[in-house]
Design a protein. Sequence first.
Lengths: 165, 153
Amino acid sequence: MALTFSLIERTPYRLRYLVTAGGVPGGVPTDSGILVNRDGPTPDLRGDAKVFLGSPIWNLVSINPITDVTEARRFIFGDGLSAAPGAVQSQPTPLNTEQLQVPRAHVYITAKTRTAGDPQWAVDAINGAAVDAQSTGYVVLVVTGSPTQGQLAYLDIDFQHTFDR
Amino acid sequence: MIYQIVERTPYRLRFLLTAEGDILVPQCVVIPNSDTLNLQGDLRNSTRAYLGYPLANLVRTPITVGSQAAARRIFLGDTLVTVPDIEVPRAHCKLTPRKVTTNLECPWAVDANEGSNVGVVDSTGFAVLVVCGPSLEGEECYLDFYYEHTFDR
């Protein structure tokens, strides 16, 4: 069985899910699950954010089209939003102010339970077309974690809505 | 282990850590804090674009040579628990694995220390980050190093 998601907290800036391991027999090292983005019933990124229509978190998960993993990671992890490393800034204003203004989220996964032999929890972002046809054009999250039934983790999708964080 | 900056703001550095190797033995790497090494990912070098901003000021804060406690205090908020301490500038670190392929690898962990304590002479008197993790090729993890500058969090 795959990992499953249940929405436990929702604000205009955050979605928080409890991830539950369904259990995989046979001694496999990991299990995985996809948090889809179909604009459907929960658990679903757009479906869950829709109650805050027009809010930053809804706008972010509704960005379309997301065509590859690089774009998905840019908006959901802030990955790739950086000035050239090592560049020396001679002016008092920050380099690449345009990149500071790009909306993005940060995603965190926090183990709630763990048993001996369990792998670490991990989360990645990807374009929907790669893993879920109904989420084509939108970002989805892929979580990897415990194959042991009943193990739990918190998944936070946190809109990064100010430069002050 | 390789580390590279993937996101940078006046208040945050986000690194992508990538494990190297093919044996199940933990690896550790030091993210230095030096004005002379000029290395990509070096804390002072990486915040130079935002001189005067809080994170740049924080990494340039001198600490007592040999004091890991001082490094943990400013980079991890460790032991800042009394009422006056809420005004002390500090950062927090968070690790978010992005790719895991086996249950046998060493978990990711991050700590802070004073530069000379971990053999980085160019970072003597300044705090550095020490990251440990798996040595299995391809395992990946995000490290967030961000300035914790408001009481409203």
